[in-house]
Design a binder for this molecule. Structure first.
Ligand code: NAD
Ligand code: TYD
Length: 356
């Protein structure tokens, strides 16, 4: 069974993963309309979408996923037959200092979208419908030295961020079980690649190395993350959207575990040569700092269900992906400069004529 959407509402499409997804999806599905609903928080950057902003099938709407009237209006007026829901507050450190917005956006925002989806789907305006919740492996909590998260691993979120994502995942499950809403839910490991906001580990390290700033490594640096290129994530999402049975849950991961300190050392070494520095020079910027409270020790994903059902596997090797990512940041210092200075916020008014 294949599902072929004709009008997809992408939420959070101006963020890191959402914008990469839109680029991929429009290229692969030129006949499908894409409506990008994004409120443009600090993490939303329309210049991520410059290359497709005038594409005939693309529309940007500045708005909040918690605004039920707006969501209802868009679903009806655009005859939306799929929501791919990326919008979120996404940074663990920010959730520790300010959890409230995480509950509002990630839990209440998701519930608002689910409720409006339910009404829209039950009204029969569109012949078929999917609500697709993009989630994270962090909902499963933390692993010891061995083992993997499967889709059956109980949810045991430890940070306010992951707790809010787990709450949203359970609401998605509830809307499927209770109302029969055709939902999909994927849980992906850490992404890296172009347009990644430089508060997250890899782009922060690249940015700080270029600017000869300290590289803060939390705790002993031996926490493990399983890294996946964002375009591989985008491809997996597209496969699940079109081919997964309603109600299903899939893990997405690159089978690519790294200690944080090894990633930081690798990025340092790859940048030594590119920046004309001596071997080992960048590693001297590393600074071990106080650990993040509640810091999950290890994430590792078992993505065999996705491989079995969809034949999906990562197209990027890590070596290729990290090299390309570093080169992308070096070639796009203007983008990084606009993000770190805050100038990217002006892009909206330049394009759309008003400053919200
Ligand atoms: P991001 O922070 O880069 O982007 C989030 C986007 O959502 C931004 O454009 C922001 O403006 C928008 N947004 C926030 N609140 C909104 C609201 N109330 N209404 C409308 N738009 C709003 O995040 P990301 O890294 O691209 O992550 C996207 C999704 O993928 C999230 O749901 C996240 O939980 C999930 N995820 C991320 C990773 C990762 O490694 N980054 C891994 C697995 C899953
Ligand atoms: P991050 O990119 O914030 O993703 P997440 O917490 O969602 O996995 O962090 C990845 C890992 O890197 C995590 O173990 C925390 C660590 N980290 C640092 O050591 N230093 C930093 O400055 C940051 C941002 C993260």
């Amino acid at each position: 069974m294949t599902f072929s959407p004709t009008a997809v509402l992408v939420t959070g499409g101006a963020g890191f993963i959402g914008s990469n997804f839109i680029h991929n999806f429009i290229a692969n599905n030129p006949a499908c309309r894409v409506i990008n609903l994004d409120v443009l928080t600090y993490a939303g950057n329309l210049s991520n979408l410059k290359a497709i902003e005038h594409h005939h099938g693309y529309r940007f709407v500045k708005g909040d996923i918690c605004d039920a009237n707006l969501v209802a209006k868009l679903l009806t007026e655009e005859k939306i037959d799929a929501i791919v829901h990326f919008a979120a507050e996404s940074h663990v450190d920010r959730s520790i200092t300010g959890p409230e917005i995480f509950v509002r956006t990630n839990v209440l925002g998701t519930q608002t979208l689910l409720e409006e989806s339910r009404k829209h789907w039950q009204s029969g305006v569109v012949p078929d419908f999917r609500f697709f919740q993009i989630s994270t492996d962090e909902v499963y909590g933390s692993l010891g030295d061995t083992g993997f998260f499967t889709e059956e691993t109980p949810l045991a979120a430890n940070s306010p961020y992951s707790a809010s994502k787990a709450g949203a995942d359970l609401l998605v499950r509830a809307y499927h079980e209770t109302y029969g809403l055709p939902t999909l839910n994927t849980r992906c490991s850490n992404n890296y690649g172009p347009y990644h906001f430089p508060e997250k580990l890899i782009p922060l390290m690249i940015h700080n190395i270029i600017n000869r700033k300290a590289l803060p490594v939390y705790g002993d640096g031996r926490n493990v993350r399983d890294w996946l290129h964002v375009r591989d994530h985008a491809a997996a999402v597209e496969a699940v959207l079109k081919r997964a049975a309603p109600g299903s849950v899939y893990n997405i991961g690159g089978n690519n575990e790294w200690f944080n300190i090894d990633i930081v050392n690798l990025v340092c070494d790859l940048l030594d040569g590119r920046l004309g520095r001596t071997d080992g020079e960048n590693r001297q910027l590393i600074s071990f700092v106080k650990d993040r409270p509640g810091h999950d020790r290890r994430y590792a994903i078992d993505a065999s269900r996705l491989k079995r059902d969809m034949g999906w596997g990562p197209a990027y090797t890590f070596e290729q992906g990290i090299t390309e990512t570093i080169d992308w940041y070096l070639a796009n210092q203007e983008w990084v400069g606009e993000v770190t200075s805050g100038a990217y916020r002006e892009y909206y008014s330049q394009q759309y004529g008003e400053r919200p």
